[in-house]
Write a protein that binds this ligand. Structure first.
Ligand code: ADP
Length: 360
């Protein structure tokens, strides 16, 4: 039958030809060496990346490339990927600047392993990916984050400070219209500030600048602090807080988790009518701490729920104040902590968001 013919195993000669063709056409550079570090074979990408054709049989010292660390300092020959693998050290995604014989450079990411067949036939495979363009793109993204954070934040901070002075002064002099105008500038400026915070944080997370700064933190105190801040804003008396009797210690990035709780609470207040309760609670169960925010607001339609944590996603574009980044930041932060964020919602009845963080 035709299907049986398809599964006929090709003979060893054909298999070798296929393997050679696959190896030759990989976009990853592959170098195979013996246990003494002598190069046995290299594929086309490896030859192109090192600008050299004829290295088979040579040892590392004869390779016409030099490696530098990303800060520009020279890598000692004994710390090149091949000798390290020969010594049994793991090499995984190690990045170096590869300086070629014509002086041009590439940023290369090396990984490698010893393939053990039997003691005498062991060989070493080193793979290398050219990450120059990816790194340049990442650096441009990081410059962009720095520019946005400084160049936009500073004038806005000055504007808000001046508006605050105007508000106080006009209030003191009993100038009603001017006070009102200053308050409008202040509230809109703060809105832009909040959007900017979300925007910068999401850019930082995307650019890989959002590394966590974990520390031992009492989640009960953290949740209680956020709640205290909300009680002082208008409508803050809607907030009910349910906390455990004992402190709840977890290793977390407290600034980031605080920001997540603020985002969830901010949404709960924003998307529910004044006068309805918003509940913030902390529950410890099954080795995790759950921070739960419940509102009795408009809820979220089922068709929006699967995308609610996507970047820039807004369920109702005509209503609200944000950029659709708050829940995306919560999701990224929960993931980075090995936790989860989930939502249950019923239209017209309200929503419950649960941020679960592992306690171990
Ligand atoms: P935004 O800054 O627009 O609020 P978020 O990422 O925080 O962005 O939320 C994304 C969208 O999810 C919101 O635009 C809103 O439509 C919906 N949403 C978030 N929280 C709630 C909530 N508690 N109740 C109803 N809808 C919500």
């Amino acid at each position: 039958m035709a299907s049986a013919a398809l599964y006929e195993k090709p003979d060893a000669g054909i298999l070798v030809c296929w393997m050679e063709a696959i190896l030759e056409n990989l976009t990853e550079a592959v170098t195979v060496a013996d246990k003494k570090g002598r190069i046995i074979l290299r594929n086309r990408t490896a030859r192109e990346m090192t600008l050299s054709d004829d290295l088979e049989g040579s040892v590392l010292e004869q390779c016409p490339v030099t490696l530098r660390y990303l800060d520009g300092s020279l890598v000692p020959k004994e710390d090149y990927p091949l000798p390290r693998i020969l010594r049994g050290e793991p090499v995984q995604r190690a990045e170096f600047v590869l300086v070629r014989r014509d002086g041009t450079t590439r940023i290369a990411q090396f990984s490698g392993t010893v393939i053990s067949q039997n003691q005498t036939n062991d060989f070493i495979v080193v793979t290398c990916i050219d990450v120059t363009d990816m790194r340049r793109y990442r650096e441009a993204q990081q410059d962009y984050v720095r520019a946005v954070s400084h160049d936009l934040r500073n004038p806005l901070a000055a504007l808000l400070a001046q508006a605050q002075v105007l508000e106080l002064e006009s209030k003191r002099k009993g100038m009603f219209d001017e006070t009102r105008a200053a308050q409008v500038i202040l509230s809109n400026g703060r809105r832009i500030n909040a959007m900017l915070d979300d925007f910068i944080e999401s850019l930082r997370l995307d650019a890989g600048l959002g590394r966590l700064r974990p520390g031992r933190t009492d989640l009960r105190a953290l949740v209680s602090d956020v709640a205290d801040r909300y009680r002082t804003v208008s409508g803050g008396d809607r907030l009910r807080v349910v906390l455990p009797d004992e402190p709840c210690w977890a290793v977390i990035d407290s600034d980031r988790i605080q920001r997540c709780v603020e985002n969830l609470l901010g949404n709960a207040f924003q998307y529910s009518p004044s006068g309805t309760p918003v509940t913030l609670s902390l529950e410890v169960r099954n080795g995790s701490a759950d921070i739960i925010v419940t509102d009795c607001g408009q809820g979220i339609a089922p068709e929006h729920l699967p995308r609610i944590f996507d970047r820039f996603y807004r369920a109702d574009s005509t209503y609200g104040r944000g950029l659709g980044l708050g829940l995306y930041i919560v999701k990224m932060t929960a993931d980075a902590h090995g936790g989860t964020i989930s939502v249950e919602s019923a239209e017209g009845k309200g929503s419950t968001f649960t941020l679960s963080l592992p306690l171990s």
